[in-house]
Design a protein around this ligand. Structure first.
Ligand SMILES: Nc1nc2c(ncn2[C@@H]2O[C@H](COP(=O)(O)OP(=O)(O)OP(=O)(O)O)[C@@H](O)[C@H]2O)c(=O)[nH]1
Ligand SMILES: [Mg+2]
Length: 203
């Protein structure tokens, strides 16, 4: 089992020259604005104000880097990894110019962040597959970037429908071997499977 024991905000950046210099394995959270990326980081780290969240989409505008000290059952020694909160996409009030800036910032990150292990793509469990999410997943496939999908806000649908809903969503999103997990920040459920998956990428 993987446990995050300490979490720190390192810095925000736009350009690769400003990314943290550390070479720890890194996992990034991507998805539409308001899907719950920052909330998920706070829950995984049990630090509620760590990543700034908001009821208004478009809260996170830069790449935000977090350093995590973790422990696993198989080792006494702590390890380190990093999480990156990516700014959300698909926010209607954003100008063309801003969208282009976003595209450049995220593309550079995918191309140049050498220790990037995997991307965690978040989708809202209530919505059917979204064009922007499909585009993001296609881009990750093309670039050969390892990834999984997390369906957020599972508290918004009946418990009995969760398994079938994520199975359908996975199909619609074109997932083949990549897993899809359902989580709820409200009920604090679904994180173990995601943590196990992150753990499996660490060696
Ligand atoms: N009911 C419920 N609400 C959630 C859950 N996760 C996030 N939210 C809410 O969704 C809203 C957006 O959450 P954020 O974490 O700020 O979303 P984000 O993806 O970081 O958004 P941007 O920074 O704009 O890209 C907040 O009001 C959260 O409280 C969840 O699992 N269940
Ligand atoms: Mg955010």
């Amino acid at each position: 089992m993987l446990r995050f024991v300490q979490a720190f905000f390192v810095k925000s950046a736009v350009e690769p020259a400003d990314y943290p210099a550390s070479a720890y394995p890194e996992f990034a959270f991507a998805g539409r604005s308001n899907v719950g990326k920052s909330t998920l980081i706070n829950l995984l780290t049990s630090r509620h104000g760590l990543a700034k969240t908001s009821g208004h989409p478009g809260k996170t505008r830069l790449l935000n880097f977090f350093l995590i000290r973790y422990k696993t059952d198989d080792s006494e020694a702590p390890g380190f990894l990093q999480l990156t909160d990516l700014p959300g996409y698909g926010f209607a009030e954003v100008s063309q110019n801003e969208q282009e800036k976003w595209r450049k910032m995220v593309n550079k990150y995918f191309e140049q962040r050498t220790q990037l292990r995997s991307i965690i793509v978040l989708v809202d469990i209530r919505h059917s597959a979204d064009r922007k999410d499909i585009q993001m997943l296609e881009m990750l496939r093309l670039r050969n970037v390892d990834h999984c999908v997390v369906a957020t806000k599972s508290d918004k649908i009946p418990k009995t429908k969760i398994a079938k809903t994520i199975q359908n969503l996975g199909k619609e999103l074109g997932l083949k071997h990549e897993p899809i997990f359902a989580v709820s920040a409200l009920n604090n459920t679904g994180f173990e499977a995601l943590l196990d998956w992150i753990h499996s990428k660490l060696n």
